[in-house]
Design a protein around this ligand. Structure first.
Ligand code: HEM
Length: 153
């Protein structure tokens, strides 16, 4: 319950606030949200992000609301791209080499409920990895506006 409320609230608050910074289907998939690498270090740096994203994919595959999207997808590739993307957002000094969010999700027919489910699952993975609450909120607030390019249904 706590998770659902936070996800919904962040969505409502963060989306308008970040609207001006959202770049339409660019490789710059989300704004960089930290002035230095302190937030990146709170996520455990590269190794922390790899562990987080591994756990995230396990949770996504175990969740009937999201598993249908990921079961036949290139999971290793998606995980690698998520590590890069989170690293960029957290100012960890990486380069994102994947596709833009609009292009990579265009054919998937994702609705708002599925998007919110994925956000909840990311929160679960961050809880499991003891990411501090304030750091969790910063990443979620940066990712929330992506729904404009990802939700097509
Ligand atoms: C803020 C939310 C999201 C972020 C940051 C995100 C990020 C990404 C990234 C980085 C990729 C890899 C792009 C590439 O191939 O280069 C990807 C692909 C993918 N995403 Fe997402 N995603 C989000 C939401 C979702 C949601 C809500 C779903 C489904 C419920 C989803 C399903 C997928 C699938 C199935 C692929 C693989 C598509 C393919 O086969 O090419 N994503 N996503």
């Amino acid at each position: 319950m706590k998770i659902a409320i936070i996800a919904t609230a962040l969505f409502a608050i963060a989306a308008p606030a970040f609207a001006a910074e959202t770049v339409k289907d660019s490789a710059a998939v989300a704004p960089v949200i930290a002035a230095d690498d302190s937030l990146y270090r709170e996520f455990g740096g590269h190794d922390g992000l790899v562990k987080l994203v591994d756990d995230f994919m396990v949770i996504l595959l175990d969740d009937p609301r999201t598993s249908v999207f990921f079961v036949d997808a290139k999971q290793d590739h998606i995980k690698k791209m998520l590590v890069e993307q989170f690293c960029v957002v957290l100012n960890g000094g990486c380069t994102y080499t994947g596709k833009g969010m609009k292009e990579s999700h265009a054919q998937l027919g994702i609705d708002r409920a599925s998007f919110n489910a994925l956000v909840e699952d990311l929160q679960k993975a961050m809880d499991k990895n003891d990411i501090p609450f304030h750091a969790q909120n910063k990443l979620l607030a940066a990712l929330a506006p992506q729904h404009r390019d990802i939700v097509t249904n």
